[in-house]
Design a protein around this ligand. Structure first.
Ligand code: PXG
Length: 285
């Protein structure tokens, strides 16, 4: 059974309770990170911790621990659960307040860390690739709520995920209010076109994924030309290859979008090359 780190203590899951008055529950007021441990090392821990504090700062949430304390807490949780390869969920909630929306009256923010195992997609999906659709639900405009904030508000992504479920596919790609491609519901998206690796730019309104950053670095190291720009559905439909990246999913090939085959309908060579490089990298970093 897993042990949870909750506000400074390791507790059993049944003792890891969040108040019904916590604005994390009442309003989705909070931030989180999803991290991964490979062979006893937390992958890109500094990047995740930085993004967490940036997300918190953006919503004026003061995390009641310093970064080194949270880092120690992550390691403590992994050790207590005897994990060396794990998925880690770190959540910060606004804390308990009154029934009105004001965050000003909330108490100390709540922090908890869950460590466990995940298998996002089947072996089959990684080998043969997945089908995705374009969601009709748009990504929230950056002017309304920055997509760079990894907040506890995933409702529009969840509505897009419902569209994927209804269509019988694993993921849905979301467009911004101008119709440019952003990302899938919990993963960034890449395409390959004429030997170039292309992904939506920050300006398209995306979460700047840690895995996305690593894949861009690996491409550069491997001599693959990269570009971050606005993409439309045209670019997806005419791509030679397509794949998604995320902490949980790692790199997953996409072989069709809106029922149209991408390239020859099989995971492409560059996707494989980057997947191999990624697997190698996570085990040697
Ligand atoms: N876009 C969105 C909207 C996300 O929520 C990513 C991209 C990928 O970012 P990273 O830093 O993980 O490369 C996310 C990630 C998971 C999981 O298990 C990931 C997210 C949310 C819930 C679960 O991979 N967000």
């Amino acid at each position: 059974m897993s042990v949870i780190w909750m506000n400074g203590k390791l507790v059993a899951p049944e003792q890891a309770n969040v108040s019904i008055f916590d604005h994390g529950v009442l309003y989705g007021d909070g931030v989180f990170e999803g991290l991964r441990e490979y062979s006893g090392r937390v992958f890109r821990l500094t990047d995740h911790i930085k993004r967490l504090y940036d997300s918190a700062r953006a919503i004026r949430l003061d995390i009641p621990y310093r970064a080194p304390e949270l880092t120690a807490a992550i390691h403590e949780t992994l050790q207590a659960n005897k994990l060396t390869d794990a998925y880690i969920r770190l959540v910060v909630t606004r804390g308990s307040g009154s029934l009105d929306i004001s965050p000003a009256n909330c108490g100390t923010p709540g922090v908890f860390i869950i460590a466990g195992r995940i298998a996002m997609y089947s072996e089959e999906t990684y080998r043969h690739g997945m089908a995705i659709i374009t969601a009709s639900t748009p990504r929230i405009a950056a002017a309304a709520l920055s997509p760079r904030i990894k907040s506890l508000n995933y409702l529009n992504n969840i509505l897009a995920k419902w569209e994927a479920i209804d269509a019988g596919v694993a993921e849905a790609v979301m467009l911004n209010h101008l119709g440019f491609v952003c990302e899938c519901t919990a993963d960034n998206i890449f395409i390959v076109r004429d030997g170039q690796l292309i992904t939506p730019a920050e300006e398209s309104g995306i979460l700047l994924g840690v895995t996305r950053g690593v894949v861009l670095e690996l491409a550069q190291t491997g001599g693959i030309p990269t570009r971050q720009t606005n993409l439309t559905r045209y670019d997806l439909y005419t791509a030679d290859e397509c794949f998604l990246t995320g902490t949980g999913a790692e790199i997953v090939p996409v072989v069709s979008v809106d029922n149209r085959s991408i390239g020859d309908g099989k995971p492409g060579a560059m996707t494989r090359q980057l997947t191999d490089a990624f697997h190698q990298y996570v085990r040697t970093q």
